[in-house]
Design a protein around this ligand. Structure first.
Ligand SMILES: N[C@@H](CCC(=O)N[C@@H](CS)C(=O)NCC(=O)O)C(=O)O
Length: 201
């Protein structure tokens, strides 16, 4: 069985758990945290030199990091990866967008509010810059979701799972999702899927 080195309240780790739930793939979970020093321990750095969660360990002892790479590994050949080459490329487009334009604003702003030890980094300038960047990312998503049920193609894909992870907690970072009705409807569609699990599952 695959082992997931997992941070329970992290959207990046949640992406892997949510994808695995949709795939019906059980994971053995090892709970860790960015806040207790465990990701900087020599033992963990030997598994993933960048010291980040999520990381998975395959049954044969190999390791794989980066949430979106892990999801792509788990979901290869499944319906979560569109068969059509254009739709598949659009899914990749959203995955790269998530890592460069979405997560660095929306996850980071949430962390400044949720994690006590980061509060000193929440200067007014930083909060304003992250609010602006996050709202730009949400507007890009809204533009697609105002007229479509799913981000890539016409079915749930890894693009939806990746973007759902931090979008659904964006209000904890001070973003007003009521401004984005297409996103709100899309989140409700995802949460209603039979295989769905919540962040704390
Ligand atoms: N690009 C990475 C980001 C992973 C990441 O930043 N993980 C955080 C938790 S959300 C972490 O492990 N931080 C630990 C640390 O920096 O010590 C991914 O998508 O997996």
């Amino acid at each position: 069985m695959i082992t997931l080195y997992d941070m329970p309240d992290s959207g990046n780790s949640y992406k892997v758990r949510l994808a695995a739930a949709h795939l019906g793939r059980p994971l053995r979970r090892v709970t860790m945290s960015s806040r207790d020093g465990s990701t900087r321990s020599p033992g963990f750095l030997a598994k993933n030199p960048i010291g980040k969660l999520p990381t998975i360990e395959l049954a044969d002892g190999r390791f794989l990091a980066e949430s979106n790479a892990i999801m792509l590994y788990l979901a290869e050949g499944s319906a979560l990866v569109p068969a059509d080459s254009y739709d598949r490329a659009k899914m990749y487009e959203w995955l790269f967008f998530e890592q460069y334009s979405h997560e660095p604003a929306i996850a980071v702003r949430r962390a400044l509010f949720v994690y006590e030890e980061r509060r000193h980094l929440a200067t007014p300038e930083r909060l304003a810059q992250l609010l602006d960047a996050g709202n730009r990312a949400l507007t890009v998503m809204e533009t697609r979701l105002a007229g479509h049920d799913w981000l890539a193609g016409d079915a749930l894909s890894l693009a939806d799972i990746a973007l759902y992870a931090y979008t659904h907690t964006a209000e904890e970072g001070g973003y007003d999702l009521a401004l984005y009705p297409g996103i709100v409807g899309w989140m409700a569609r995802i949460a209603a899927l039979p295989a769905h699990i919540g962040l704390s599952a």
